[in-house]
Design a protein around this ligand. Structure first.
Ligand code: SF4
Length: 339
């Protein structure tokens, strides 16, 4: 499967990025993703036999690479909870055509694994940090965990060379919006890029309301008022975050505006759940089962045809059609899809 077929969907969007959820479990309970009152001790997480093993994930990733995917992102739940993740990364690193392997994490386990993951072939990490205030952060992550272990994780990732390092801050009005400027100040001039993310109606459990959304425009205006910003061109077509550079040369920030300034037109992202389903949108309710045909002995060509046909029929644009009536629609949980 060395020849690459660049497949496009019904809107001419290429398949370029594959986000791979390697587990649906997490060691935090962020209220915008995995509220603790829902994802409690009795929550029916995926049984082990339901989850793709490393060889299966690598085989599926190879199929996606043959259809034009060049960038892989490992997600969860919390991907660092997956045992022997370095071995999976080594397999993925060996796939022809894969140029970039990134990972999104809450950072708590980075001190233990950063070096090992880098040596295995991981390029860079994105760390979630929703506040610099221990009380606010502890409340938002649902476990009362302070910022210190995450900051330690960030340091270990930088020492290991997992850069450029990005930080994700989900901004919720009335919870952490007072900290936008503090977060910008803390990371200005460090080379670390903070991405401010509009609170999204992902899944069906996070109690999303439009009133809790701080529009990207307001976030940029508030930071610009303190440190003048200028808009910067995307690094590549389909980049999720819009870039804003500090005029004084102290780096840049990103804003992810799925609610108020949608970007579906350029969306080149597919998602593979830990259970082996292909999701064509973060807000989709259902995925397309790849694991069953794979375990039933399908050839690489048959798997490639399956994925190609799914993508060719893709017409997702949830963020463009979002309104009061869509918010309550069934959707897969973000912790299941990996964001
Ligand atoms: S809403 Fe769906 S189609 Fe639109 S950008 Fe997000 S994942 Fe892509």
């Amino acid at each position: 499967m060395t020849d690459v077929t660049h497949v496009k969907d019904t809107r001419g969007r290429r398949l370029r990025d594959l986000r791979i959820s390697v587990t649906d479990r997490c060691n935090l309970r962020c209220n915008y993703c995995m509220p603790a009152d829902v994802f409690g001790p009795d929550y029916p997480f995926l049984p082990r036999k339901e989850i793709l093993d490393h060889e299966e994930i690598a085989r599926i990733a190879r199929v996606f690479a043959s259809l034009g995917v060049t960038k892989l992102r490992l997600t969860g739940g919390e991907p660092l909870l997956r045992r022997d993740l370095d071995q999976l990364i080594t397999m993925l690193r060996g796939i022809p055509g894969i140029e970039d392997i990134a990972l999104t994490t809450n950072g708590l386990l980075l001190p233990a694994f950063a070096r090992k993951l880098k040596d295995a072939g991981l390029d860079r990490v994105t760390v979630s940090l929703d506040s610099l205030d221990d009380a606010v952060f502890g409340r938002m992550n649902g476990k009362g965990v302070g910022t210190a272990p995450v900051l330690k994780g960030i340091d270990s990732a930088i020492q290991a060379g997992l850069t450029p390092l990005k930080l994700n801050m989900v901004v919720k009005r009335g919870e952490n919006d007072t900290e936008i400027e503090a977060m910008a100040r803390r990371w200005r001039g460090t080379g670390i890029i903070v991405r401010f993310i509009e609170f999204m109606d992902v899944g069906t459990k996070n109690g999303w309301r439009m009133d809790d959304v701080v529009p990207a425009r307001e976030i940029v205006q508030r930071i610009n008022a303190r440190w003048p910003l200028e808009s910067a061109d995307p690094n590549y077509q389909g980049e999720v975050a819009s870039r804003w550079r500090y005029k004084d040369g102290q780096g840049e920030i990103g804003v992810i505006s799925s609610v108020t300034n949608t970007f579906c037109g350029d969306c080149t992202r597919a998602r593979l759940s830990a259970r082996g389903e292909l999701y064509t949108c973060l807000f989709a309710a259902k995925g397309h089962d790849i694991k069953t045909p794979l375990r039933a002995g399908a050839t690489d060509y048959e798997l490639q045809t399956l994925v190609e046909n799914v993508w060719k029929r893709r017409d997702d644009r949830y963020s463009e059609i979002r309104n009061e009536s869509t918010v309550g629609l069934p959707k897969a949980e973000m912790s299941y899809l990996g964001g």
